[in-house]
Ligand binder design. Structure first.
Ligand SMILES: [Mn+2]
Length: 327
């Protein structure tokens, strides 16, 4: 953290204009950490703007509304330094990533996803800590290191980020609760955050979940219950639902006009026993199908070109190898 705090201090002294940027379809963890980091830069005396590439998720919109904050989507690229937050690679910035690449602006990466080699080479500063369950925790730690005080609203935003990325503390570590304690002490409002994160009773989502359940295929791979299903939206939510109702590993994909997309989720105990890492698996599949993929060990996604049936075939080939127990 000292190293990161040092970087933030040095950047503040250098009088650069900073753009803090997060990935497309930005989740609450992404928008919270982006907004709070931009605030901190401003507090340290540097001109900083927050921004999200290609749009933000509905859940983030609700959280931002609750705490009266906004984040510009596809902001202007008039900065000296772009700090990528909660974003492991330019591929996760949608079309905005290609625009950013063309500018050859100076880049810094502050992330908690699986490191991407190419990004490390592209960045002037690279700080990736996969052991953090959310980017918001990372931001909280560096803010503490800097000795800056969070406002109650900033603390609430970060708490929303932590809760969203840990799946309401399902993937939390002991350190997560230390951060949560700090956020509550800084004035975070747990009830309000919980309220803001509560998904609206969306009829289309309920129908989607029922459909995806009906289409699901169950296979046992080395004793593990694996589920595969198809859905054109809410893929991540659907995969998470399959874990809640009993799957060890679940994948939900879609295919439209030759483009495929797939999300996966796996139970922590399965990851531990087998060494499976869905971020790695999705990276392999993304590359195999001319696209990209990545994420966390227990939650990841890919997109590419081709047939979903073919993706499924390759997926099970990998699972056959990876789901062997280490013991
Ligand atoms: Mn995150």
């Amino acid at each position: 953290m000292k190293e990161l705090a040092g970087f933030l201090r040095a950047t503040s002294k250098s009088r650069q204009r900073v753009l803090v940027l997060c990935h497309h379809n930005a989740d609450p963890d992404a928008v919270a950490s982006t907004i709070v980091l931009a605030d901190i830069f401003n507090q340290l005396g540097v001109e900083a703007q927050p921004g999200a590439a290609d749009g933000i998720a509905i859940s983030s919109q609700t959280v931002l509304k609750k705490f009266k904050r906004e984040i510009p989507v596809n902001p202007q690229l008039n900065a000296d330094l772009v700090v990528l937050v909660d974003t492991s690679s330019l591929d996760h910035l949608g079309d905005f990533g290609a625009r950013l690449k063309e500018t050859s602006l100076k880049l810094a990466v502050l992330d908690h996803h699986k490191p991407v080699k190419e990004m490390e080479q592209l960045s002037s500063f690279y700080f990736v800590r996969e052991d953090f369950t959310s980017e918001s925790e990372l931001i909280f730690r560096v803010v503490a290191e800097l000795g800056v005080k969070l406002t109650p609203e900033q603390a609430s935003l970060l708490l929303a980020g932590v809760m969203s990325d840990t799946g309401y503390f399902n993937f939390a570590k002991p350190e997560t609760f230390e951060v949560v304690n700090g956020l509550l002490k800084a004035g975070a409002d747990y009830q309000q955050v919980k309220e803001a994160l509560k998904p609206p009773e969306d009829i289309s989502k309920r129908v989607a979940m029922l459909k995806v359940a009906g289409r699901s295929e169950l296979r046992r791979v080395h004793g593990h219950l694996t589920v595969f299903s198809k859905l054109g939206s809410f893929e991540g939510d659907a995969a998470a639902m399959f874990l809640r109702i009993g799957a060890d590993v679940a994948f939900v994909g879609s295919e439209e006009k030759g483009r495929v997309r797939m999300s996966g989720r796996a139970r922590p105990d399965v990851l531990k026993n087998t060494g499976l890492h869905l971020g790695e698996l999705m990276e392999i599949l993304g590359k195999q199908f001319g696209g990209s993929g990545g994420g966390h060990a227990g939650a990841a996604s890919m997109k590419g070109k081709g047939k979903l049936e073919e993706v499924k075939k390759q997926l099970y080939k990998i699972l056959e190898q990876k789901l062997k127990s280490k013991k």
